[in-house]
Write a protein of this length. Sequence first.
Length: 306
Amino acid sequence: MAEKRILSRQKPVDISAFQHLYPFKSHFFDLDGLKYHYLDQGRGDPVVMIHGNPTWSFYFRSLIKGLPSQFRAIVPDHIGCGLSDKPDANQYRFRLKNRVEDLETFLNYLDLKKRITLICHDWGGMIGMIYALRNIEKIERIVLMNTAAFFPPGNKKLPFRLWFIRHVTPFSKLAVQGANLFAYAALFMASRKKLDNDVRSGLIAPYNCWTNRTAILKFVQDIPVNKEDPSYDLVEYADKNLYKLGNIPMLMCWGKHDFVFDMAYLSEWQRRFPDATVHLFPDAGHYVLEDEPEKILLLVKNFLKS
């Protein structure tokens, strides 16, 4: 009965306008009655790509297409995102804990036991690095793009736009779930270059009605600011234990013009992992993979082969 309610409220996603950019076969995993969508391309050592908010597996399309043949691209959509089911807040918790557990359950289902490369962007960094800390023996390499897995460095505060969405709840629901302003704004603010219309369509397509935008709002509301916040302890766990990943080769591809994950975040990553290979893209923004897909693909291919 619960699944029928979920399916009746969510609106189907039409991918016909950008199918040429996303020509991948969809797979679905039953996650406690919810359909967890993922892509599974190629054979060989697994490369798991973990998206953030408000993106989905579409964001990694250039990497999926360009990976060497000896690697297996595995790219899930978080619940509420992409082509996965989109429950409302009464049917799914939308907490960091749920995201990590979902990923772990899914990768266990695929029976991935070793030589995993993680590629993480935005919220995917926090989710992916916590998974890595719980499964260090399985992780071969890590690629990070404009993300964090620690509390804001120094005395940085939550940017006003995120603070406003997080705290002003009535307005947040109307703006994010009603008008889809968060996802629409990202189309113009997160990339330095002007995105083609079909790329814009692809990035925003899953978020086509009120219920389908629940996850976007909940991701922002789940950002821990105080110790009383539900996800604070898990972020603290990541913050205090990241050093345990110090022996894992890391590649960082960073867009310089990011109003959230700015240069202070990159400096903090470098402080914690001084041996990481770092590439700063001076003309890229938060959607660094949209701004510099060819350059990042080449870097990732070389990193995987090294």
